[in-house]
Write a new protein. Structure first.
Length: 278
């Protein structure tokens, strides 16, 4: 198999045909993943193997670039034995999917089809949004004053005019550690468990900030973009992650489903059956 250390197997290849999925899978997340999509596609994709990216645990302070991740996924393994017929990207994974598709095209001489699911670009405001999400999920663990201070601190970090996305990510991780320490102490969880959660968050921050190095525009123009109602709301509200991405999208089909359900909705399956051939 191609580079088994960097890909998880969602479905085992029964031929030399592969579909690659780019996502940030994490245990316990509420969003559907590519495993849900493959299960719902059933026999239509049974002739293809499906591999999904795994993410290396990288410190933000190591300042990984977008190429770091692509090279991690594409190096080694017996790629020459397989044909990659499609590369799929969920949310920010669509940025990396574009880069992977270009690597694949150079290697095998044919371009894989690219499908984006709520394809978005990275943005410094995403860093603060993740802190806000964490505070919101913690609920009554924090007082209203503490929650507001955490949000304010995150906004101040990303709002500094001269700060880079990587420098902001480093500070956001430290802020997250402080918040998590308070939360875990109050609910009686160990420092070891806190460190596991912070490590996962930092892995995500590294992946998010490194995506700024990649320009997915050329590949996205030839892609199929499937977008949710939540994505449309982001556009209406002027969120840069969606507005800037929309300018680069090619063929687009909008669905009346949530971002969290996009990879498990029957409407998504119908779109893929009707508009994707490989």
């Amino acid at each position: 198999m191609p580079n088994e250390e960097s890909w998880s197997v969602i479905s085992v290849p029964t031929s030399n045909s592969l579909i690659l999925g780019v996502d940030f899978p994490a245990a316990g997340r509420r969003e559907a993943g590519f495993g849900d999509l493959v299960a719902n596609m059933g026999p239509a994709w049974s002739g293809h193997g499906f591999l999904q990216t795994t993410l290396p645990a990288v410190r933000v302070s190591e300042r990984p670039t977008g190429d770091f991740y692509t090279e991690q996924w594409m190096r080694g393994g017996d790629w020459e034995k397989y044909e990659v017929v499609a590369v799929l990207g969920y949310c920010l994974g669509g940025v990396y999917a574009a880069e992977i598709a270009e690597h694949v095209a150079r290697r095998q001489g044919t371009e894989p089809q690219v499908v984006l699911f709520d394809g978005q670009v990275t943005d410094i405001q995403l860093l603060a949004a993740e802190v806000n999400k964490m505070v919101g999920l913690a609920g009554p663990v924090f007082s209203g004053e503490e929650a507001e201070q955490a949000r304010k601190s995150a906004a101040e970090i990303v709002g500094r005019p001269s700060i880079t996305i990587t420098d902001a990510a480093i500070e956001i991780v430290e802020l997250y550690r402080e918040i998590a320490s308070t939360a875990f102490r109050r609910i009686g969880l160990s420092d070891a468990r806190r460190d596991e959660v912070v490590k996962l968050f930092e892995t995500y921050m590294s992946w998010l900030s490194a995506a700024v190095d990649i320009d997915p525009g050329r590949t996205w123009k030839r892609s199929l973009a499937i977008t949710s109602a939540d994505y449309a709301a982001l556009e209406r509200n002027g969120a840069a992650t969606a507005v800037d991405a929309t300018k680069m999208l090619g063929r687009r089909i909008s669905l009346d489903t949530s971002h969290a359900d996009l990879l498990r909705d029957d409407a998504t399956v119908r779109v893929l059956l009707d508009h994707v051939e490989f």
